[in-house]
Design a protein around this ligand. Structure first.
Ligand SMILES: Cc1cc2nc3c(=O)[nH]c(=O)nc-3n(C[C@H](O)[C@H](O)[C@H](O)COP(=O)(O)O)c2cc1C
Length: 471
């Protein structure tokens, strides 16, 4: 028997997330994303099927050139309109009891003091089932929505992320000592002030006094996801992430990426197994191979070439998508070079066009076949070091229901999917090693760090000048 893979449902609080054009299918429920019942219904299906978590992607602004129009995004429902997933998790938490709830939140979109408070509140509501996908963003428009003149430089974005996450660690792990909450009705002592600490954080962008307003939730720090794949992104993940989301084109590429990030984690004093890797995949499931092939063609009929190209930001200078028959060799942009090479590997009998790029993109994460064949392919991904799958959907809720009905039973028979939830918080369910971050994680150093800490800003600043690494 194999080792169970983890399964997350990869979704976004919008109509067109990844598989652009599929919202036009008659059975697509994602058009009703404003209706909270769409999500509650899906959460119940997923929980019944024992999915580990519901993972919400998010962006804080439009894709593409900020000066150009955004007609194509509006036509395609491509991540606009979209709603805030973090708010939605509050509703899902009270309609479920076991499934993990992961939200994406960009460091530009919220002050860390406020964000830390929202997450602690959600972790209380859900009884310890919250995860945070830490992103630094790639959209210029998102930066402009928060008063910045432009997208912050790549290296600086990760320095900012370090600073941001440090504030949240201090609030979650260090501000409240264990046993601070007394609830002592007899003596009229609700909490013990000697165990509630200010943090006096000072860094380039943030000056935060504390204390954290919520008392500690079950997990304190939510389970930490990360999705950057550049050198700085991988280094950030190696230091901070408990789970990393990848979209590798093949198991071999995934294997390399995973080994590299695990090596980095070890170099930062963590263990290789402290990070779990989730590969994003979509599924076309048939009772026979022939049926799967037919279904795949049917999905292709709904592909919106404009949608894929807009998501990949392959647009002209006015923000319009090029005609789909445009040959890649005729595109005069930097992005087209890598793409042309990539498309050229797959299409050898003619000049690749933009339509080919969109189709290739939609096929790049697609596993197709009978449930048995899909299970075989998942075993190959697992052998490459993948711990879990972020299941990308075509339609909500149908794609997940189909996966639950057809593929999960085959996986269970091979020991590759869980049949029951284990007890406890999301972290305990994923790692089996307690509700809190382990001792090797950098946030653990803040436990008890503020108990004997400074009692005002002057003392804090003096201490920082003497030993910058400690506070
Ligand atoms: C699989 C995957 C999923 C991502 N999901 C999101 C997301 O939901 N929201 C977001 O703002 N960025 C998302 N990103 C972008 C990354 O968080 C990151 O900002 C981007 O990849 C640039 O960082 P990098 O240069 O380190 O890769 C995702 C990236 C990958 C690879």
């Amino acid at each position: 028997m194999g080792k169970p893979l983890h399964f997350n449902a990869f979704v976004m609080n919008t109509t067109s997330h990844i598989q652009h054009g599929q919202w036009r299918r008659p059975d697509a429920g994602q058009t009703e994303f404003n209706d909270v019942n769409t999500w509650i219904n899906l959460a119940k299906i997923l929980e019944k099927a024992k999915f580990d978590a519901m993972f919400f992607a998010d962006v804080s602004g439009l894709y593409g050139d900020t000066e150009a129009d955004y007609d194509v995004y509006a036509h395609e429902g491509l991540q606009i309109p979209s709603n805030d997933p973090t708010v939605l998790l509050g509703a899902l938490a009270v309609h479920t009891t076991q499934i993990g709830l992961a939200t994406t939140s960009n460091i530009v979109q919220n002050h860390p003091f406020n964000f830390a408070r929202q997450v602690s509140t959600l972790d209380h509501i859900s009884n310890g089932r919250i995860a945070w996908n830490v992103v630094t963003g790639i959209n210029e428009n998102a930066s402009r929505n928060y008063g910045l003149p432009a997208l912050t430089d790549h290296t600086e974005r990760y320095a900012w992320a370090d600073e941001y996450i440090d504030v949240t660690y201090k609030l979650w792990e260090g501000s409240w000592d264990e046993g601070a909450l007394l609830k002592d009705k007899k003596n009229g002592r609700y909490a013990d002030p000697s165990k509630i600490n200010k943090i006096y954080h000072q860094s380039k962008r943030y000056r935060v006094e504390g204390p954290h307003l919520p008392s500690p939730s079950k997990q304190r720090t939510p389970v930490l996801f990360q999705a950057g794949s550049s050198a700085s992104g991988r280094d950030f993940a190696a230091r901070n992430a408990e789970a990393t989301f990848i979209i590798a084109p093949t198991p071999d590429v995934a294997k390399e990426l995973i080994a590299e990030t695990r090596r980095l984690a070890v170099s930062h004093g963590r263990r290789a197994e402290d990070i779990k890797f989730f590969q994003g995949l979509s599924f076309v499931i048939g009772d026979t191979e022939e049926e799967a092939r037919e279904k795949s063609k049917h999905y292709d009929e709904f592909i919106s070439v404009d949608g894929y190209l807009a998501h990949m930001a392959i647009l002209d200078r006015t923000g319009r998508v090029y005609p789909k028959e445009t040959k890649l060799k005729d595109l005069d942009t930097n992005t087209s070079k890598g793409m042309a090479e990539w498309a050229g590997k797959h299409i050898t009998d003619r000049e690749p066009t933009l339509e080919d790029v969109a189709t290739l993109q939609s096929h790049s994460t697609r596993l197709e076949g009978t449930p048995e064949q899909i299970a075989d392919q998942l075993e190959t991904w697992q052998a490459a070091g993948v711990d879990g799958i972020n299941v990308i959907n075509w339609v909500i809720p149908g794609s997940f229901q189909e996966f639950a009905d057809k593929v999960l039973p085959v996986l269970r028979a091979r020991g590759l999917a869980q049949s029951e939830y284990s007890e406890g918080t999301l972290r305990q369910k994923l790692f089996g090693d307690g509700d809190l971050l382990n001792e090797r994680h950098p946030a653990a150093r803040y436990r008890g760090a503020f108990t004997q800490g400074p009692s005002n800003w002057e003392e804090a600043d003096a201490l920082r000048a003497k030993a910058p690494a400690t506070v």
